[in-house]
Write a protein that binds this ligand. Structure first.
Ligand SMILES: [Zn+2]
Length: 407
């Protein structure tokens, strides 16, 4: 094998992201633990980098000593049950600190400097379910009655913010719905969690992103005001909507003539653009409403409507942004769900769900940043890169610089 990409990734996480130092700072609430928190978290993190589908797989890997070349001589990893127990009481702040450090480091290494879409750094928000069960529940479970049934459904949801567009798709932050605080009803619960997310994210990462794009559940004054207060521009998808001012502007724009016609853009024969400005109740500044009417070469038509606070922005850029927002479901979130087990419950109870999510995002970011910053030209797809990682792990030669020193 010419290059061991897994070894390269390990060097990257050690040298650029100081992973050993981050791991060694982690703590958890176990009494008299045999193993340090770092040794609990390390195999899980590596497992997520190579995209294990279950802790059972991780258990088999540990039993067969597959991580042996990463550990100081004589060091043993904990059993899978000890890992599960520790994740339930792990200090979330430490893990979140690893994610925050990643973002800060990526920023200082100029990952976001040229923007992700036409010079703007654009992020999207999406909600996702991370646990769902009729039987098991914990004190942090959200609860809802199953449709038309007596039985209760227990679940955990989170909202995630990630960069979209060109370059690495980096998960910037995430926020679980909090039981008791957030409504279990999907849209309301998601929106309140998303508001908390944006408030925290923007105060921790001033001016990191320019625009945040969100789907139709955020098409209301609550969301627009949250973004205005955070000094963030926003683009929001419009679908069927009860907001009076939006109904009104829709009507107006439908009667108007198009402000632009583009031909031969993004696989469409032509795209007509209709535009107007309006005021939404309870929002101080005016908003821009845009309708894109697209025609495919086969004659099929579709449309995308948005509202936005971006008055200065070129309309073609806005089109790219809302299209990238649709792509997010196909790329980053879909990827996390199908490839990284985002919806698979690895362990439940206490802090475990939040801890696992955080580790999944950290692992995904390492992979994304490594892929886009270091090796994109030599490996065609991320799926191939993961395959190379797995192979690399098995072929790893024991060398001092690859040993994890978290003591
Ligand atoms: Zn729960």
């Amino acid at each position: 094998m010419r290059k061991n990409y897994f070894a390269k990734l390990l060097n990257y996480t050690k040298n650029v992201f100081k992973i050993e130092k981050s791991l060694s700072k982690l703590k958890d609430g176990r009494k008299n633990p045999t193993y340090k928190t770092a040794h609990v978290v390390l195999p899980v993190l590596i497992g997520f980098v190579i995209r294990i589908r279950s802790f059972n797989t991780l258990n088999n890997m540990m039993r067969e000593n597959e991580f042996v070349n990463l550990l100081p001589r004589g060091m043993k990893l904990p059993k899978i049950d000890a890992i599960r127990d520790a994740l339930k009481v792990v200090e979330i702040e430490g893990l979140r600190g690893m994610l925050t450090y990643q973002i800060r480091k990526a920023r200082s290494n100029k990952v976001f400097e040229n923007g992700t879409i036409d010079g703007y750094t654009v992020a999207a928000i999406d909600g996702t379910q991370t646990f769902n069960s009729d039987k098991k529940s914990c004190e942090k479970c959200l609860k809802a009655l199953k449709k038309g049934k007596e039985a209760q459904r227990n679940f955990h949801n989170s909202v995630v913010i990630s960069t979209i567009g060109n370059g690495a798709k980096v998960v910037l932050d995430f926020e679980p719905y909090r039981a008791g605080e957030d409504e279990a009803k999907k849209d309301e619960g998601e929106l309140t969690a998303a508001k908390r997310l944006i408030q925290r994210f923007s105060s921790n990462n001033e001016r990191l992103i320019d625009v945040v794009v969100y789907d139709a559940i955020a098409c209301n004054s609550e969301w627009i005001n949250t973004c205005n207060e955070a000094s963030l521009e926003t683009v929001v998808r419009v679908k069927n909507n009860n907001v009076d001012s939006i109904r009104e502007i829709k009507k107006q724009v439908n009667k108007s003539t198009e402000t632009a016609i583009w031909t031969d853009v993004g696989g469409y024969e032509n795209i007509k653009v209709f535009e107007g400005t309006f005021k939404m109740n309870n929002v101080a500044k005016p908003l821009r409403f845009i309708k894109f009417l697209m025609k495919k070469p086969n004659g099929k038509r579709s449309q995308i409507m948005i509202i936005t606070t971006c008055f200065e922005m070129d309309i073609r850029t806005l089109f790219k942004i809302i299209r990238a927002r649709q792509d997010i479901e196909n790329s980053i979130f879909h990827n996390l769900k199908t490839e990284c087990g985002l919806e698979h419950c690895f362990v439940h109870g206490g802090n475990a769900i939040e801890a696992v999510l955080c580790l999944m995002f950290i692992a995904s970011n390492y992979m994304q940043l490594f892929y886009h910053r270091r090796i994109k030209k030599s490996v065609k797809t991320q799926v191939e890169l993961i395959r190379q990682f797995v192979k690399g792990l098995y072929l790893l030669k024991r060398t001092p610089e690859l040993i994890f020193n978290t003591g």
